[in-house]
Design a protein around this ligand. Structure first.
Ligand code: GLC
Length: 553
């Protein structure tokens, strides 16, 4: 991977007048698991309103985030826990109703918190009225809103595509004698974005929410929405893992004809134009794949997504300074000047950050990295407490991915209820939650960690407030330094403000000479126990990260 030399630095496109989503920190809420107010064991929208002060009360006693992204709250049969939408313009009764979402938007804005919602354009629920009509007859006007094809002469599916949740991506509909495409569950049929009526209807959904005052969208699996016009077979995957479950058909081929088709970019441009018509809103997309394909989603003329989600650090197989730096440098090198970076270290589809990188010490260091790199950070609820993977007994698995592809693939482990306090059910609910609470909920919760000055929650609070107060940390350039040890060291700089960040990824104490540092002051350590002057030489304890203010230059 390309690496930046010590003298190169990535400057920002503008020195002032940044958008809120450039300076801001985004916090993802998985609605079922954040706060229940009705006592049914499932989180809801009033729960989010109730917890706004925790998220941002305007002081450093709160987390201090700038925006929430809420995973789907729409009416849904919940085959994929809301990512199977049966009405894009309403709220599931489990979570509230339209009036309550209006109240949430107003209350969040009063807390200086923007509201980003999930938008699921690739597929609807099979219970969506559009699909009910579409499957009712080959001649229904909505037949072509989905992707229907005849069987091959031997009766098998039209091509070799697999569902990400196991089995083929096609299901045969006996009544009308054709297959329909679903890249996820058979309960999630793919929409046909080549049909102008579909595009129109889905753009109307965006308008509906923009007019209600939401501040942006996180678009689900946008790279998949357009498929090869001829629906050709995907080629075999040469790097197939040996332990691939028999029903993982998707894993057996490369995503050549179902992902990143060139025509998707025209849709991204229209989407962006629509959003721009409503002022300063943000367009975020869920995207995977190699850097050169990923970067295209910013648009050649800065006319597509503001933030194609960047999962590279999260998906890095190894935990060391070299790998993290290589990933950041490659990203910085790939970005056009206008493109704003972003980093994600946890979400509802991956295992918990604290379980991925080795434990609590690593989770603290990761927090400092996420909140000091150049670009918008997205946090996942509960990571600020250092939540680890939940223990989900096989009979309690709810996630279709775990049910279909094996218990070790269940995403339930990252969706356990938020741990607020030591009351019954951790203050999340007054009754048994929909997924088991983690066993550490009596000790690892907001109330306990708020009283411990060195807790990971207080680290997140301080990192976010430190970032907010420093131009260098919120919008400054990124300039990595070459150091010999397992340390990732970089400057964040504007013309008037500088901070040095040094992250020790090893379990050894290290001494570093930092060229150009001179005298400075450690203003924040990931151990939260150090505020001291330094001169040139820096001692870092195992897994310690520090932010240095070169005050005395
Ligand atoms: C995205 C979502 C995931 C969901 C899938 C299908 O990857 O993040 O949770 O299962 O899309 O909608």
């Amino acid at each position: 991977m390309p690496s930046l030399s010590q003298n190169q630095s990535h400057m920002n496109p503008k020195q002032d007048n940044y958008h809120w989503w450039q300076r801001g920190v985004i916090y993802q809420i998985y609605p079922r698991s954040f706060q229940d107010t009705t006592g049914n064991g499932i989180g809801d929208l009033p729960g989010m309103i109730q917890r706004l002060n925790y998220l941002n009360d305007g002081t450093s006693q709160s987390l201090g985030i700038d925006a929430i992204w809420i995973s789907p709250f729409y009416p849904s049969p919940m085959a994929d826990f809301g990512y199977d939408v049966s009405d894009y313009c309403n709220v599931h009764t489990l979570f509230g109703n339209l009036q309550i979402i209006d109240q949430l938007i107003t209350a969040a804005h009063q807390h200086n918190v923007k509201v980003i919602i999930d938008y699921v354009p690739n597929h609807t629920s099979d219970q969506h009225p559009w699909f009910v009509e579409s499957r009712s007859s080959r001649h229904n006007p909505k037949r072509d809103w989905y992707i229907w094809r005849d069987a091959k002469p031997d009766g098998s599916p039209p091509n070799n595509w697999g569902s990400f949740f196991g089995g083929p991506a096609w299901t045969f509909d006996e009544a009308t004698g054709q297959y329909y495409l679903h890249q996820f569950l058979k309960e999630q049929p793919d929409l046909n974005w080549r049909n102008p009526e579909v595009k129109q209807a889905m753009f109307d959904v965006l308008r509906f929410w923009l007019e209600r005052g939401i501040d942006g969208f996180r678009m689900d699996v946008v790279g998949l929405i357009l498929k090869d016009e001829q629906l050709r077979d995907n080629p075999p995957n040469p790097n197939m893992p040996p332990d691939l479950p028999d029903n993982d058909i998707a894993g057996r081929s490369l995503m050549v004809h179902n992902l990143d088709q060139d025509e998707v970019h025209a849709i991204m441009q229209e989407f962006r134009q629509l959003l721009d018509g409503y002022g300063d809103r943000v367009a975020i997309g869920e995207l995977w794949g190699p850097l050169d394909r990923w970067v295209r989603y910013y648009g050649a003329r800065n006319d597509e997504l503001h933030l194609p989600f960047n999962f590279r650090l999260m998906d890095e197989g190894v935990w060391n300074a070299q790998a993290m730096r290589a990933s950041v440098d490659a990203l910085e090198a790939a970005l056009p000047d206008f493109a704003w970076p972003n980093y994600v270290l946890g979400n509802h589809d991956r295992i918990r950050l604290a379980s991925r990188f080795g434990g609590q010490a690593q989770a603290r260091l990761a927090a400092m990295m996420l909140l000091t790199l150049r670009g918008t950070p997205t946090l996942y609820y509960g990571d600020e407490l250092g939540l680890e993977n939940g223990v989900i007994p096989p009979e309690a698995i709810q996630d279709p991915q775990g049910l279909n592809l094996g218990a070790e693939r269940t995403r339930d482990v990252a969706r356990t209820p938020m741990q607020w306090n030591e009351e019954g059910f951790a203050g999340f609910s007054t009754s048994e939650p929909w997924l088991p609470l983690s066993t550490d909920c009596q000790t690892r919760n907001v109330a306990v960690q708020s009283t411990d000055p060195t807790s990971i929650l207080n680290l997140y609070r301080q990192l976010i407030w430190t970032r907010r107060q420093s131009d260098a940390l919120s919008v400054g350039s990124y300039r990595p330094l070459d150091v010999a040890n397992d340390c990732f060291v970089y400057w964040r700089e504007t013309t008037t403000d500088r901070r040095l960040v040094a992250l020790n990824f090893s379990n050894q104490e290290l001494n570093l000479m930092v060229p150009g540092l001179g005298n400075g002051r450690i203003t924040l350590s990931s151990h939260l126990d150090r505020d001291e002057p330094i001169a040139g030489r820096l001692r870092l304890r195992p897994f310690e990260g520090v932010i240095i203010h070169p005050k005395h230059e």
